[in-house]
Design a protein around this ligand. Structure first.
Ligand SMILES: *[C@@H]1O[C@H](CO)[C@@H](O)[C@H](O)[C@H]1NC(C)=O
Ligand SMILES: *[C@@H]1O[C@H](CO)[C@@H](O)[C@H](O)[C@H]1NC(C)=O
Ligand SMILES: *[C@@H]1O[C@H](CO)[C@@H](O)[C@H](O)[C@H]1NC(C)=O
Ligand SMILES: *[C@@H]1O[C@H](CO)[C@@H](O)[C@H](O)[C@H]1NC(C)=O
Ligand SMILES: *[C@@H]1O[C@H](CO)[C@@H](O)[C@H](O)[C@H]1NC(C)=O
Ligand SMILES: *[C@@H]1O[C@H](CO)[C@@H](O)[C@H](O)[C@H]1NC(C)=O
Ligand SMILES: *[C@@H]1O[C@H](CO)[C@@H](O)[C@H](O)[C@H]1NC(C)=O
Length: 472
């Protein structure tokens, strides 16, 4: 390099800076002593800014440490907080061990990659105050003591990617991740994460969501996916998610959704397999019900043979089965029903159902911990004689359509949380509504609940219209 005419000025500047600002040499010298073997091109006899993989700024402050794939072992200095100009820290694919060093308050830090090492712990507050952090990657560190996603990362509003697969993360995903303004990528596969997908993910811009293969399994429903319209790739397989697959027709960019090996129930939305970008779907080993999904776009569709579809080819279910699935839908498709209500014949030994010939005449769903509402579709099962829904947590009102069941003898809805007016049944029906504190009461809010007052208004309107008509 030819001698620069500016060199003396630079030297003066750097000497001046070294007096007023920090000097990273001591920290880097310590860094060097901790690593075995010493990284190629690192030597205590040369300035650290000249070491291979180290970049410094004009003030000789370290901005980049790049040591990926150097076969390094050893444990790092416990504290790197003096490297206040550090922007990029790449240590991936080595055999580094010991605790993750303290990076707290490194406000310039943008990207940290610690993937594929052998670190042993994530001490408290090491990721605190990282105001500029965009990408944090700490996947495949199988010897980490169980740790949770640190609440400190809420200090990193610019976070766009958090990758911590196979790193012994446990407990719940914190809500704040869904509130980050632009956070497209979350990978927590192969851990022991539990609990639900946070409700804050509703409407978030997450594109890649990899939560598959949790040791005990995440649970709860996956309805929130319907509002995550930027989704591209969703891997939720090998968990305990339950309830139905939501309508994902707003997820125009979704190309890959893996839902196998969960406890999903209900009817697969017919829109799923016709989503414009979709290439690959796996629904194997759930308890999905109703018609087997069609494959109009000839995507890679794996259904397996352990779901609860009514038939083994696409197409509508038997009408009695369809009606029972409507009843199950109003109850949120409980797993107990999905496990028993398989095949296309409700009279072939389904639990909770009693038949006479080919007709369902009794439905017994007492004490099943059910929530949800009573479906008006019960009225389609015209031979029904008895309906037992007592001792659950059902809400809503008793549908007036049930009064049309001419064979009905018993309707027991006692000990739920039903509300609204009670429709008028013929005297032949034994109707048991006790233990529903809100039933038959006029609620404070007249717009909610009472189907009675709404239909009363409708009747009055019809009468008025008829009167007006006659006065013409
Ligand atoms: C930084 O400190 C070391 C001693 O720890 C000294 O040798 C070096 O000259 C200093 N560097 C600058 C640029 O001042
Ligand atoms: C990781 O560290 C453990 C001891 O803590 C050791 O037994 C194991 O061999 C290390 N693995 C690798 C890949 O270095
Ligand atoms: C990390 O550094 C910060 C700031 O220097 C300090 O407050 C905190 O206690 C340190 N944490 C650990 C685990 O050493
Ligand atoms: C963070 O990752 C994203 C996506 O992988 C990438 O576009 C961006 O450049 C990364 N940020 C930094 C500071 O490297
Ligand atoms: C997995 O997480 C659960 C609940 O958070 C915990 O009780 C259990 O000990 C963890 N298992 C392992 C192997 O870490
Ligand atoms: C998501 O938010 C919207 C609008 O606030 C709401 O209507 C919807 O019910 C929410 N979805 C879930 C699953 O919570
Ligand atoms: C019953 O339902 C009402 C809404 O209709 C709800 O506010 C209340 O908390 C419920 N009570 C119980 C005991 O679940």
């Amino acid at each position: 390099m030819p001698p620069s005419p500016f060199l003396p000025i630079l030297l003066v500047t750097s000497c001046y800076t070294s007096i007023v600002a920090a000097n990273d040499s001591a920290t880097m010298a310590e860094f060097l002593t901790t690593l075995t073997p010493p990284p190629s091109g690192w030597s205590s006899s040369t300035p650290s800014c000249t070491w291979k993989g180290i970049t410094c700024d004009s003030s000789r402050r370290v901005t980049t440490i790049s040591l990926a794939s150097q076969s390094l072992s050893g444990s790092l200095p416990s504290d790197l907080t003096s490297l206040t100009s550090l922007r990029l820290l790449y240590l991936q694919r080595n055999a580094l061990s010991g605790p993750i060093p303290n990076l707290s308050s490194l406000v310039s830090l943008q990207e940290v990659n610690l993937d594929n090492n052998n670190f042993t712990s994530v001490p408290a507050s090491v990721f605190k105050g990282l105001a500029g952090l965009q990408n944090l990657s700490i996947s495949n560190n199988p010897n980490l003591l169980p740790w949770t996603i640190p609440a400190d990362l809420a200090d990193s509003p610019a976070l766009v990617s958090l990758q911590a697969a196979g790193s012994n993360v446990f407990r719940m995903i914190p809500e704040f991740l869904g509130s980050l303004s632009s956070f497209p990528s979350l990978r927590l596969s192969y851990n022991n994460v539990s609990g639900p997908i946070p409700s804050s993910f509703n409407g978030s811009g997450i594109q890649n969501l990899w939560l598959n293969n949790q040791l005990i399994g995440m649970d709860g429903r996956i309805d929130v996916l319907a509002s995550m319209t930027q989704l591209q790739q969703v891997w939720l397989h090998m968990n305990k998610f339950s309830g139905p697959i939501p309508d994902l027709s707003s997820c125009h960019s979704l190309f890959d959704i893996q839902l196998r090996d969960n406890d999903l129930t209900g009817i697969v939305p017919s829109t799923l397999t016709s989503l414009p970008s979709l290439v690959s779907v796996n629904l194997d080993s759930n308890k999905l019900q109703g018609p087997m999904p069609d494959n109009p776009r000839n995507i890679k569709l794996i259904l397996g043979d352990s779901n609860s579809f009514c038939r083994d080819v696409p197409g509508p279910c038997d009408s009695q089965v369809t009606t029972l699935l409507e009843i199950a839908a109003a109850l949120g498709y409980p797993l107990t029903l999905a496990e028993s209500w398989t095949g296309n014949d409700a009279c072939a030994g389904w639990t909770y159902v009693t038949c006479q010939g080919k007709d369902v005449i009794v439905i017994t769903l007492s004490k099943q911990g059910l929530w949800g509402t009573i479906s008006p579709a019960f009225a389609k099962l015209t031979p029904l004689k008895s309906i037992y829904l007592n001792d659950n947590d059902l809400t809503g009102s008793i549908p007036s359509s049930l009064t049309t069941l001419t064979q009905l003898q018993t309707l027991d809805v006692s000990n739920n949380n039903l509300s609204g007016s009670v429709p008028t049944f013929p005297p032949s029906v034994s109707l048991i509504t006790s233990g529903n504190p809100l039933i038959g009461k006029i609620l404070g809010d007249r717009s909610s609940g009472s189907g009675g007052s709404a239909s009363g208004g409708l009747v009055a309107g019809v009468v008025v219209a008829v009167l007006v008509d006659e006065n013409k």
